[in-house]
Design a protein around this ligand. Structure first.
Ligand code: FAD
Length: 420
C-alpha cells in the first residue's frame, strides 16, 4: 500500500486529501493529514470581520470534519522533514514515513520582523485583519473610530490575496459613507509595488478606482518601521506616512519547519516547485500547492483550488510510474469587493493578464467590471468553499486551465483594456 502524507489541513491540504481519497480506495493508498490545530478559518471572510459584516462563528469550522472518511487526521505541529529518508518528524516525537508528501502548510505572518510593528500602539492604533484575532480587534476599534488618517499598508510582497488590502480600502470608503463620516477620514493605501496591483493593466484600473474614491495611493514604499506611538510609517528610504489608525499586512514567510528541513525551502521558507507539474524541486516524492509553493502567481485560494486538480493527477501518475502532466497554467481568479454591494472579477494565468469579457464563458460573470452580480458571486463563494471546493468536487464550468472563450480576444492579443 502506498502512503501519502499531507502537511497542512487548510484550503490546499484539505482539498488535495479529499480528491486523493476519491481517486484511491483505502486498500490502495493510506492518507494521513497533519495540522497544528483543529480550526479551519475561511480566510476570505476575514476581510468582512472588521466592518461587522461577518463574525467568527460564520467563518470557522473544525478541520477534521472537512476531511472525508478514510483519511487519518493528526493534530500536531510538524517539526521537520527528512526527504532523504522520506520521513516527517512531528513535535511530539512521532515519525511518519511516506511515498508521496504533499506540502500545503501555507504562509505564516511575521509581524515581529518589522521594526516597531508589534511594539507600542499594536492593537491600539496598529492592526492587521490577516488573522482572526487581528480582524476581531480591528472591528472593535473601528466601532469607536471618530475620524482621522487611516492608512492601509503592505509591508512586503509576497502576501496572500494581494487584492485583499485594496478591498479593505474600498470597503472602508463604503463603511465611512454609511456612518456619515467619510469627510472626516483620510484614506491612504501604501504599497511596495509601483502601482495598486501586481498586473499592470489591472493595476491601472484599480489605481483609477482608488482615485475616484479619494483614496491616496503611495507606491514603492518599503516599510522599514511602524511607529505606533508616534503614528507614522517610515520607509527604508526615509519617507514617512502619518496615521491615526494603521491597518498593516505583515511580512509573510513559509512555515518555520520548512527552514528546519535542509534543502526543502527557499530563504523565505517557500518550496521551489515546478510551475506546471507542482512537483517540488527538492525531491520527486514531494509535491506542493497553495501559499507554501514558491510560484510566480498570486497566493490565493482559487490558485490552490486549480493547482489541486493537476497535483492529484500528477500524484496518481507518479505512483503509477507515468510521466507527469505539465498542464497547470497559473490560472488564478479573484473577486474584488469594491463597496456599495459591488465587486469586480479578474481571471488570469502565468501568460495572460486580466482582460475584460465574461467568466467562465461568454454568458458568465462580467470580468474587469464592477457589478452587483460579482458581489453576489463573492458572497456565494463561501458556500462553494465548504461544499464543493474543500470536499474536492468539481465546480461546473470552472476548471484548472484558464478559460479563453468568454474573454475579449482582441485584448488577449493586445493585453490592453480600457482604464474606465
Ligand atoms: C484576509 C484574506 C483574504 C483572502 N481573500 C481571498 C479571496 O478572496 N480569494 C482567494 O482565492 N483567496 C483569498 N485569500 C487567500 C487564501 O485564503 C489562501 O491563499 C489559501 O487559504 C491558501 O491555502 P493553503 O492551503 O496554501 O494555506 P492555509 O489554508 O493557510 O493552510 C495552511 C495550513 O498549514 C498549517 N500549518 C502551518 N504550519 C504548520 C506546522 N508547522 N505544523 C502543522 N501545521 C501547520 C496551518 O495551521 C494551516 O491550517 C485570502 C487570505 C486572507 C488572509
Amino acid at each position: 500500500m502506498d502512503r501519502i502524507v499531507v502537511l497542512g489541513a487548510g484550503t490546499g491540504g484539505t482539498l488535495a486529501a479529499n480528491r486523493l481519497r476519491r481517486a484511491y480506495s483505502e486498500s490502495e493508498v493510506s492518507i494521513t493529514v497533519v495540522d497544528q490545530d483543529d480550526s479551519h478559518v475561511y480566510q476570505p471572510g476575514l476581510l468582512f470581520v472588521p466592518f461587522g459584516l461577518t463574525h467568527k462563528e460564520d467563518i470557522v469550522r473544525p478541520r477534521g470534519r472537512q476531511l472525508h472518511q478514510g483519511i487519518e487526521y493528526l493534530v500536531d505541529p510538524i517539526d521537520r522533514v527528512e526527504f532523504d529518508e522520506r520521513r516527517v518528524h512531528l513535535a511530539d516525537g512521532r515519525d511518519l514515513s511516506y511515498d508521496v508528501l504533499v506540502v500545503a502548510t501555507g504562509a505564516v505572518l511575521a509581524p515581529e520582523e518589522t521594526e516597531g510593528l508589534t511594539g507600542g500602539g499594536w492593537k491600539e492604533k496598529v492592526f492587521t485583519f490577516y488573522d482572526l484575532e487581528g480582524a476581531q480587534a480591528l472591528a472593535e476599534r473601528l466601532e469607536f473610530f471618530d475620524g482621522g488618517r487611516l492608512v492601509v499598508d503592505i509591508v512586503e510582497m509576497p502576501i496572500k490575496c494581494p487584492v485583499a488590502p485594496l478591498e479593505f480600502c474600498f470597503l472602508a470608503d463604503w463603511y465611512f459613507h454609511e456612518q456619515n463620516m467619510r469627510d472626516k477620514v483620510e484614506l491612504t493605501f501604501v504599497t511596495p509595488l509601483d502601482g495598486a496591483f501586481t498586473k499592470p493593466v489591472a493595476s491601472r484600473q484599480l489605481g483609477g478606482m482608488l482615485d475616484q474614491r479619494g483614496i491616496e495611493l503611495v507606491t514603492e514604499f518599503n516599510t522599514g518601521e511602524v511607529d505606533g506611538v508616534g503614528g507614522k510609517l517610515v520607509s527604508y528610504d526615509e519617507r514617512e506616512v502619518p496615521f491615526d489608525l494603521a491597518v498593516v499586512v505583515p511580512v509573510h514567510n513559509g512555515a518555520a519547519y520548512i527552514t528546519r528541513s535542509p534543502g526543502l525551502g527557499d530563504p523565505l521558507g517557500f518550496v521551489p516547485t515546478d510551475e506546471h507539474t507542482l512537483q517540488s524541486k527538492a525531491s520527486p516524492h514531494v509535491f506542493a500547492l497553495g501559499d507554501a509553493a514558491a510560484l510566480p502567481i498570486s497566493k490565493a485560494g482559487s490558485v490552490t483550488h486549480f493547482e489541486g486538480e493537476v497535483l492529484v493527477e500528477n500524484i496518481r501518475r507518479f505512483l503509477a510510474g507515468q510521466p507527469l502532466d505539465a498542464s497547470y497554467d497559473g490560472h488564478a481568479n479573484c473577486f474584488i469587493e469594491t463597496g456599495f454591494s459591488k465587486a469586480m472579477l479578474i481571471d488570469f494565468n502565468y501568460d495572460t493578464e486580466p482582460v475584460s469579457g465574461r467568466f467562465p464563458t461568454s454568458v458568465g460573470l462580467p470580468l474587469m467590471k464592477e457589478s452587483h452580480l460579482n458581489h453576489l458571486g463573492k458572497l456565494l463563494f463561501q458556500w462553494f468553499y465548504w461544499h464543493a471546493l474543500l470536499p474536492g468536487r468539481d465546480i461546473p464550468g470552472v476548471h484548472s486551465a484558464m478559460p479563453t472563450s468568454g474573454k475579449d480576444r482582441q485584448q488577449i492579443a493586445n493585453e490592453e483594456v480600457p482604464t474606465s
